[in-house]
Write a protein that binds this ligand. Structure first.
Ligand code: GDP
Ligand code: ZN
Length: 459
């Protein structure tokens, strides 16, 4: 049984950053009330409410900091205990002073590193994003996905969403102050503050959404279309890759579309391979490449493996397809390198850059390692570009984030249109609530049950 109350600075203090001091435990609300001067006494405050006021040293009467204080009564809090979060604008000194003041109150001690998380865990209370990440961890199909899932467990998504929400809560409080005291000096600033904060938050949501497609890749694999004329070795390649792969996740014969799907992991990269010809070519052996046949697969492919036959001259269909690869992620596989070369390599090399061309012989099991190297190189090149450790990889997250961004856009539009700020406040609140749903802060128990029911027993 945990019966003491802990406090710590829970966000990084930095340039213009907001520091949050978190207090958790049975004395959190009473302890905070001793140093807080606002419109109400904290023990009387409802759960999940935000209060504007000042931190005052009860001994000296000195005002230490202007704060926004959030009350979350257990079990609906991060730790499942009573939690008070104190958001302070000030620099490190002011924040430290607030913390020191709290630690002087009876029953409150400094938290150990990770102790809030430990309590959340012990009380069976980790948030949805984290829970979902843990589920992904269990299901992850590659080492790469594993480490991404791990980062999400550590809460980088949660952290960014919490920071977003905190920023919106501040905005809400400012709006509220303006509604309550229209003569207050924040009045003239409110409109521009709404635009600024909503705009910033919308941008941050946009950045989170940008990682969404990447997250999907890690979940489902890079959709990879194997294309080429009949008989160049597409099916042989698919089989070889499937055998090479140590983790074939599933094998679904294409029933709804004319493709064969195979999930393989190559160099730590999950691939969802589509053999676009697989079925029909046995029916119609002399069929042309048929851009129409592989069109769907080509369109949806993240990566195109275009197989050519080293033992034959370039066909008109192949030249046509080559000209359509511009702007796509593709690799040209010159197969059957064990046979005499009849393919116009110089023409090929003039058309595409050399690092996109891999010579191989599926029959002789040559070139697969090189293909693996090229694929993972392309993947990680793209990865470095974004360089962001937070991955939004869940359909539910994506739709919530989009709606949260829309609500902020509404808030900005309403402000521009001169709509009364108490109405604008509704949009901001909606956005805040939607963001809360991503991390499970404002979700009903049933959804949480549903998510947790996905855990295997004993995990
Ligand atoms: P697809 O029609 O493109 O799917 O081609 P297949 O994979 O069915 O292969 C067509 C024929 O080429 C088969 O007889 C394969 O054994 C043969 N083949 C595939 N790869 C190679 C290779 O690297 N070298 C040689 N000599 N034959 C190959
Ligand atoms: Zn085939």
């Amino acid at each position: 049984m945990i019966n003491d109350t802990i406090a710590a600075i829970s966000t990084a203090v930095g340039e213009g950053g907001i520091a949050v001091i978190r207090v958790s435990g049975p004395d959190a609300i009473r302890g905070a009330d001793r140093v807080f001067r606002g419109r109400i006494r904290l023990p009387e405050a409802d759960t999940h409410t935000v209060h504007y006021g000042h931190i005052v040293d009860p001994a000296s009467g000195e005002t230490v900091e202007e704060v926004l204080l959030t009350i979350m009564r257990g079990p609906r809090s991060f730790t499942a205990e009573d939690v008070v979060e104190i958001g302070a604008h000030g620099g490190y000194i002011a924040v430290k002073k607030v913390l020191e003041l709290l630690l002087r109150q009876e029953g409150i001690r400094l938290a150990d590193p990770g102790e809030f998380t430990k309590r959340a865990f012990l009380n069976g209370r980790i948030d949805l994003a984290q829970a979902e990440a843990v589920i992904d961890l269990i299901r992850s199909k590659s080492d790469r996905a594993y480490s991404v899932a791990l980062k999400q467990v550590e809460g980088s998504l949660s952290k960014r969403i919490k920071a977003l929400r905190h920023s919106l809560v501040e905005l809400l409080a400012h709006i509220e102050v303006n509604i309550d005291y229209p003569e207050h000096d924040v009045a003239e600033m409110t409109s521009s503050f709404i635009r600024e904060r909503s705009g910033e938050a919308k941008e941050e949501i946009g950045r989170l959404l940008k990682t969404a497609s990447e997250g999907k890749i890690l979940r489902e694999g890079i959709t990879t279309a194997i294309v080429g004329r009949p008989n160049v070795g597409k099916s042989s390649l698919l089989n070889a890759l499937a055998q090479e792969s140590k983790a074939i996740v599933t094998d679904i014969p294409g029933t709804t579309r004319d493709v064969i799907e195979e999930y393989v992991t190559l160099g730590g990269i999950p691939l969802r391979l589509l053999d676009t010809a697989g079925i029909r070519e046995t029916v119609d052996v002399v069929e042309r490449i048929g851009v129409e046949r592989s069109r769907t697969a080509l369109e949806e492919a993240d990566l195109i493996l275009f197989v050519l036959n080293n033992n034959e001259e370039l066909h008109q269909d192949e030249r046509e397809l080559l000209s359509k690869l511009d702007g796509r992620s593709f690799i040209i596989l010159v197969n059957k390198s064990d046979l005499p070369g009849k393919l116009e390599m110089s023409e090929l090399e003039a058309a595409v850059s050399a690092e996109r061309i891999v010579r191989m012989s599926v029959a002789q099991e040559q070139g697969l390692g090189e293909l693996e190297r090229v694929i993972s190189g392309m993947f990680f090149e793209g990865r470095i570009e974004s360089g962001d450790p937070t991955y939004v990889s869940n359909v539910r997250h994506i739709s919530l984030l989009k709606r949260a961004a829309d609500a902020l856009e509404d808030a900005i539009a309403a402000t521009d249109a001169g709509i009364p700020i108490d109405l604008v406040q509704i949009d901001v609140r909606t956005s805040w609530e939607l963001l809360g749903e991503v991390i499970g802060d404002s979700v009903g128990e049933s959804l949480i049950d549903q998510i947790f029911s996905q855990f295997c027993l004993g995990k």
